[in-house]
Design a protein around this ligand. Structure first.
Ligand code: FPP
Length: 257
């Protein structure tokens, strides 16, 4: 099992994104309803948030509900929404105690009113916290985000509120993440190896880490293992390996983006 001590503090990923997958399969294996898996996954959320905060990670983004998840059976959607409300309610004190700020990305206005209210309350309460930024992706999808960014840009352009041409910086401003650095590391549990419409623009240079562990079994040690694996990689951002090594020697520090 990986330990915290093996992690090189100076090379900590600044932003970790997680696709929490495998709740349904975990429950089924135990002869239970899918929602039992989601409920059990909350412990993994708590462990991951706690471990990230303890390590000093700056941003942790959790894919909690995608726009595609609306096509699940309505009783599962209702149960997930209730779970969100009860978890945010119960954990707001933990966020306060650990100096964690809660943020969201996604079309939160499309969520049931009680979820919107609870989330807004927790965002407000934690807004002055200066430690880990915990970003919940709710009613989110990457293509929706890109489409919305272009729609909004078009509207602003037509109305004369903006005059410059579209470039990467401008597009970044119109995404849901203008003040959030791109993820350095993506973790997806349950053995599936795809992005599922998550942070498509932002993950252009993200290191991808897939593990067979099902989300309800994910513990701090699994996060450490993912970070240690990330730290063994060479991030080149389009450069050659030689250039990256030369730069490291010149600046006496590794180049991490
Ligand atoms: C994917 O597993 C998981 C989800 C769609 C929801 C994740 C939600 C939680 C862990 C609950 C609470 C979260 C927060 C942030 C309070 P799946 O259902 O697709 O599993 P399967 O692939 O095995 O069917």
């Amino acid at each position: 099992m990986a330990t915290k001590e093996e992690i090189i503090q100076e090379r900590l990923p600044r932003h970790i994104a997680v696709i929490m997958d495998g709740n349904g399969r975990w429950a089924k294996k135990r002869g239970n309803q899918r929602i039992f898996g989601h409920r059990s996954g909350v412990k993994s959320v708590r462990e991951t948030v706690e471990a990230a905060a303890e390590l000093g990670v700056s941003y942790l983004t959790l894919y909690a509900f995608s726009r595609e998840n609306w096509s699940r059976p309505s009783h599962e959607i209702d149960a997930l929404m209730n779970l969100l409300v009860s978890t945010v309610n119960r954990e707001t004190k933990t966020l306060m105690d650990n100096n964690i700020q809660l943020l969201t990305i996604g079309d939160v206005k499309g969520l049931p009113g009680k979820v919107q209210d609870k989330i807004a309350e927790a965002i407000d309460k934690t807004s002055s916290n200066t430690g880990l930024k915990l970003v919940l992706a709710l009613n989110y999808s990457g293509r929706w985000e890109l489409k919305e960014a272009m729609r909004q840009f078009g509207e602003d352009y037509k109305a004369g509120r903006i005059s410059q041409d579209m470039d990467e910086q401008t597009l970044k401003y119109y995404l849901t993440t203008p003040h959030i650095p791109d993820p350095d590391l993506l973790i997806r549990t349950s053995g599936e190896a795809r992005l599922s419409n998550f942070l498509l623009w932002q993950m252009a240079y993200t290191e991808l880490y897939f593990t067979e562990v099902l989300w309800p079994d994910f513990r701090k040690e699994n996060l450490y293992e993912a970070i240690i694996n990330y730290q063994s990689r060479e991030r080149r951002f389009g450069k050659t390996s030689d250039q990256v090594v030369r730069n490291k020697t010149k600046n006496n520090a590794p180049q991490y983006g």
